[in-house]
Design a protein around this ligand. Structure first.
Ligand code: TYD
Ligand code: MG
Length: 452
């Protein structure tokens, strides 16, 4: 009798163990380890004596001999989504979309299915036909060729797809799929990997692009091992604050385009609205400028836009002062505060500091540093920064003001929105502009002299 080989995998991080244990040593999660059958058939292993080299059609060829067919992409009629993918969906490609529960992943893909002028097979293992129809009614687009299919068996999906011949398959979500080729439980690592591998083969064979929704675990990674991200062609991440309306679609990996692009949407009652001019909505619209706000000419991906940073500095009521941020990395704030304390002599250690990016966006650009410092100084000394000033520079550990990428695009965007002055680093390329006054700074002390 052959012995069935089994292994134990952590369902959170994918670590492998020889026997069961209560806690994963790698990610410290409790009760995440489960058994998976690993039935390796001996005759499937490669045997050099039986090498079938002569029967194989594929052989290595010179890179010069490879001819690229005209690149064709499926247009989705959603400008943000097209741009993020690098111009549309590549036939036969596999795209994985991750994001927190309730952020709008199903809404985004259903909306794409309704906007696109092609036949779509929308497979849902999570929601019933009724639930999907209710959601589709809210989204004002319609597509007769959008076929809804509640199913979770990969084989059935393939046989329907062979019959229907859709131009796009959407799967909500990869964690609900099962394949009968293996015995593991639905949602287990082995099921996830096998289903994804089968989908990839199907996609490549038929040239039908497949888009998958993937749940994320508590660390923000797509649940299942990282290997899932390695297997697919494109990995997208949908983020935003659930209490706010704006959502950012980022690219973590793209075999067919840049990973610098982002798409911005607003969640409204009729689904996700594309935001064509992000700057106009991200800058607070109050007539009266208050202390503690500063505008930064930021770049996320390859897109410049202006955002408002708000800071509140107040005397700490309790012993340990609070540092709270939304939309910005709190470690970055701590570093900037240390620089202000050490290099510019500001004693903020007994103050509570709250920092916020309007609109609930999460920004990663270090070019926002100067605006953050300006907002903190403005709130601390209670003075207003003129409303037509903006900032675009990084601050270094010794208090020097450093240049940032795409400075010309940032300046152009600020100019377009009618700003009169922009503060940048002295070390960036000199740019001339008639409409906007460009102020070059070397150290943070220079900023203090210029705005207060
Ligand atoms: P959903 O797409 O179900 O999220 P996910 O698939 O990522 O879990 O999005 C659900 C949220 O979106 C829900 O809280 C309601 C909201 N929503 C709107 O605000 N407007 C709409 O038109 C739709 C369809 C959803
Ligand atoms: Mg969903």
């Amino acid at each position: 009798m052959t012995k069935i080989k089994s292994t134990f995998h952590c369902q959170e991080c994918g670590a492998e163990y020889a026997k069961w244990q209560g806690q994963c040593n790698k990610c410290n999660t409790w009760n995440s380890i489960s058994e998976e059958i690993k039935d390796v058939k001996k005759d499937k292993l490669w045997d050099h004596t039986k090498s079938d080299l002569n029967n194989s059609n594929s052989k290595p060829k010179s890179i010069d001999d490879i001819k690229i067919k005209d690149e064709f992409r499926i247009e989705t009629n959603d400008n943000e989504f097209n741009r993020v993918l690098g111009g549309g969906i590549v036939p036969g490609s596999i795209t994985l979309l991750g994001g927190e529960p309730g952020i709008g992943k199903s809404t985004l893909f259903l909306q794409i299915s309704l906007k696109i002028n092609h036949r779509v097979l929308y497979v849902s293992g999570e929601e019933s036909d009724n639930q999907i129809k209710i959601r589709a009614n809210r989204i004002k687009y319609s597509n007769k060729e959008c076929l809804i299919y509640s199913e979770n068996k990969v084989e059935n999906i393939f046989s329907q797809a062979e019959k229907i011949k859709p131009n796009l398959i959407i799967i909500d979500s990869i964690q609900t799929l099962v394949t009968s080729t293996i015995d593991s439980m639905q949602g287990s690592i082995t099921q996830l990997k096998t289903c994804t591998a089968e989908l990839i083969n199907f996609g490549k064979r038929t040239s039908i692009p497949i888009m998958l929704i993937g749940h994320i675990n508590k660390d923000g990674n797509i649940a299942g091992p990282k290997v899932l991200e390695h297997m697919v062609d494109t990995v997208l991440q949908f983020e935003g604050d659930r209490n706010h309306l704006y959502r950012i679609l980022r690219v973590k990996k793209n075999r067919f385009g840049s990973t610098n692009e982002i798409g911005i949407y607003e969640m409204v009652s009729e689904g996700l609205k594309e935001i064509i001019n992000p700057s106009e909505i991200l800058i607070g619209n109050s007539d009266q400028k208050l202390s503690g706000t500063a505008i930064c000419a930021s770049v996320e991906g390859s897109r410049p836009f202006l955002i408002e940073v708000q800071a509140l500095v107040s005397t700490a009521v309790y012993g340990t002062p609070q540092r709270s941020t939304t939309g910005i990395n709190s470690k970055r704030l701590n570093m900037l505060l240390a620089v202000l304390e050490k290099r510019a002599g500001f004693h903020l250690s007994s103050k509570d500091i709250f920092l916020n990016i309007t609109g609930g966006l999460k920004v990663e650009d270090t070019g926002n540093d100067l605006a953050i410092i300006a907002a903190i100084l403005s709130s601390n000394s209670d003075f207003n920064i003129p409303e037509d000033y903006c900032f675009a520079a990084e601050v270094g550990l010794s208090g020097e003001i450093r240049p940032v990428s795409r400075i010309d695009q940032r300046i152009k965007e600020a100019e377009k929105l009618g700003f009169s002055k922009i503060f940048v680093s002295k070390y960036c390329d000199t740019i001339s502009s008639k409409k906007i006054d460009i102020v070059y700074l070397t150290r943070i002390e220079d900023l203090i002299d210029n705005i207060s």
